[in-house]
Design a protein. Structure first.
Length: 154
């Protein structure tokens, strides 16, 4: 009986300690200001993103033109050795251009992503928000700062 009483006391003490620690840990949540932002709207409104898309389209068009020229050049060659040499040359050039284009795009995309993230953080700090969550994952609540961020990003 004495062991049961000690065990009951230990369980009760653990429960009270756990409840107290949980309340202490959660006490700051009520004071947390949370904002939401529709990142897709911000990206769509960004002039940098629009310029990057246009630049990519122009580069893709250049590659298409290059490929068409290369095909005509190879098709116009009758000598088998020269044809093979031209194919290898154009394939190498195409791969070099494509890799350079992809590398440049990735760098510019990363810089644009960072700029948008920085603007979201700046708007959140200016309005004293502790946390910003993507609007797509929030079911309810949070102050919507999408329009403020869209204005800052343009």
């Amino acid at each position: 009986m004495n062991n049961k009483m000690k065990l009951l006391t230990a369980v009760a003490a653990t429960f009270v300690l756990g409840f107290t620690v949980n309340n202490f840990a959660m006490s700051d949540v009520a004071n947390t200001r949370i904002a939401v932002v529709d990142v897709q709207q911000v990206v769509d409104a960004s002039s940098k993103v629009q310029a990057l898309k246009k630049e990519q389209q122009a580069k893709a068009k250049e590659l298409t033109t290059f490929i068409e020229k290369a095909r005509k050049d190879v098709a116009g060659t009758t000598d088998v050795k020269k044809k093979k040499t031209l194919e290898e040359k154009y394939t190498k050039e195409l791969n070099t251009k494509r890799m350079a284009m992809e590398k440049d795009y990735a760098q510019k995309l990363a810089a644009t992503d960072k700029a948008i993230s920085d603007q979201i953080a700046n708007v959140a700090r200016a309005n004293n928000y502790d946390m910003v969550i993507s609007k797509g994952i929030v079911l309810y609540g949070g102050a919507d700062i999408t329009e403020a961020v869209k204005s800052a990003v343009k």
